[in-house]
Design a protein around this ligand. Sequence first.
Ligand code: C5P
Length: 222
Amino acid sequence: MENFSIAIDGPASAGKSTIAKKVASHLGFIYLDTGAMYRSLTYAALKAELVLEDEAALVSLLNTIEITFSYEGDQQKVFVNGEDVTDRIREKDVTQNVSLVSSHEKVRAEMVARQQHIAETGEIVMDGRDIGTVVLPAADLKVFLIASAEERALRRYKESIDKGMSVSLEQLTKELIERDHYDSNRTASPLKKAEDAVELDSTHLTIEQVVEEVLRLAKERL
Ligand code: C5P
């Protein structure tokens, strides 16, 4: 039998990675944060001072980098060629440029190949924008996780304040809406709900309630 797989897609800051991580840990599955892969490439491209419109240059760079993860309990770490970039890839310059980097078709083709390769190694929960539509079209469970833009921005705002970062809620809301718009309107595998995905609105739900619902849906299919 094929490995059981769960795809979690949705707009920015809908809680995908928090939910996916917890579901994977409950089920003893691998967890893959595909957004972190696009963020890692964006970080490397900014460091190399590439022109981010240059698809060929991005692909050449991607071919020289290995993106790896380590886990300790709920803590995920991300490495680019061994360098710990966990916090760096969440910074503003990466967040503001990642949609452009990930809009290139050839960049996506390479990322998708890497993600599918990882999925072959075991049962998996993967989160992103195109998992149910492109990366794992035959996933056993597809969840499209949404929440209102206000709620998503507020969650991101609280997270940033907790980390001691100074941010404006208004600016965060604006950036979030812009990124969703860009991700949903690009030509190469835009963010969209797979036809057979279950839509879950987490606006008024706690993390635990969403995790419980995803686990219930998964167990129905296991
Ligand atoms: O999920 P996260 O916010 O970290 O993703 C960062 C960006 O990476 C998204 O805004 C999107 O542009 C891109 N992405 C993507 N496809 C995925 C995951 C992320 O295009 N599967």
